[in-house]
Ligand binder design. Structure first.
Ligand SMILES: Cc1cc2nc3c(=O)[nH]c(=O)nc-3n(C[C@H](O)[C@H](O)[C@H](O)COP(=O)(O)OP(=O)(O)OC[C@H]3O[C@@H](n4cnc5c(N)ncnc54)[C@H](O)[C@@H]3O)c2cc1C
Length: 288
């Protein structure tokens, strides 16, 4: 039986693993890919200690390597199910099943992209997937945000602070939340520009834009938690001040619990949750 299994080897999972290891707890870390940054070539330049911008994927790979070099057990596999039996958890992956006294979910949030003409061409040239990461470059500019739900609302709050001119494009969907900004409900037909994006086109109109932020759909990885009856609000797992969910011994940290979807915050969460897991495991062993 493992003391703790961490599902996810992004910034939150690896940071928690490092702090746990240093506290004398041997975690097992299971991840399936490079998380939020899988499939993107974005450079990260807003994280501490980066003398030069670094490809996000490289930063994530470095973190995994760092954990392995510290002797932490890291496995690449997909977790497909999480169950509870009496007072322990069963983590089932595509190839194996593990038992653990506690589980930490750091499975992040997947961001949905778009398959529309011009999307790939202008991605990184005016189209961004992350308002908190890139919003700064569009201060006081004409901005569009594409989305209709809680995730869009979260990103919009940030954009409204940096520009007075933000329009919401729901891309043919009904708005699922209240916003004060102008809203265009027509389906987007294409993204148009020269070197950089200049317009969003719908069937009947062409809207000038300088920056477009995609905040579509919502993040999926709460499925395991739902299997166990974890409380979910606005697609974030709800945790207490110890990062523990309503299920005893099941913790969550990083993007999956909401707040700022940033590496610095995920690392901070990872550090804190390690403390809580340590206390949970050691208190438990005293009682036993
Ligand atoms: C395009 C883009 C650019 C960004 N740029 C920046 C930036 O410049 N600066 C910044 O601070 N932040 C940036 N971010 C945000 C940042 O990447 C995230 O906030 C951060 O990675 C969250 O860390 P996390 O550990 O919570 O989750 P993630 O990094 O998403 O990691 C999730 C982990 O869970 C694993 N996982 C998920 N499901 C399963 C499963 N079923 N089985 C096994 N493993 C699973 C994944 O494999 C992965 O290891 C960017 C995000 C995107 C999408």
């Amino acid at each position: 039986m493992k003391k703790v299994i961490i599902i996810g080897y992004g910034p939150a999972g690896i940071s928690a693993a490092i702090y746990l290891k240093r506290a004398g707890i041997e975690p097992l870390v299971i991840g399936k890919d490079l998380g939020a940054l899988e499939g993107y070539d974005d450079l990260v330049e807003n994280f501490y200690g980066l003398a030069k911008p670094i490809p996000g994927k490289e930063l994530i790979r470095n973190g995994i390597e760092q954990a392995k070099n510290l002797g932490i057990e890291v496995v690449t596999d997909s977790v497909i199910s999480l169950k509870m039996e009496e007072n322990h958890f069963i983590v089932i992956t595509a190839s194996k099943s593990y038992e653990a006294k506690s589980v930490l979910l750091t499975t992040g949030k997947t961001r949905q992209t778009m398959t529309r003409p011009g999307f790939v061409k202008y991605r990184g040239k005016g189209i961004s997937m992350c308002a908190t990461c890139d919003g700064y470059f569009y201060r006081r500019k004409k901005i569009a945000i594409v989305g209709c739900g809680a995730y869009m609302q979260h990103e919009l709050e940030y954009l409204n602070r940096i520009s007075p001119d933000v329009t919401v494009f729901t891309d043919g969907h009904e708005l699922e939340c209240e916003v004060k900004n102008p809203v265009v409900k027509d389906k987007i037909t294409k993204f148009v520009g020269t070197e950089k994006i200049t317009h969003i086109e719908t069937k009947n109109e062409s809207y000038p834009v300088e920056g477009v932020f995609i905040a579509l759909g919502i993040p999926s990885s709460i499925e395991f938690a739902s299997q166990l009856g974890v409380i979910v609000e606005k697609n974030n797992l709800v945790v207490d001040s110890n990062y523990e969910t309503n299920i005893k011994g099941l913790f969550a940290a990083g993007d999956i619990i909401g707040g700022k979807l940033q590496i610095a915050k995920a690392v901070y969460d990872g550090m804190n949750v390690a403390d809580s897991i340590y206390k949970f495991l050691t208190d438990k062993s005293k009682k036993a």
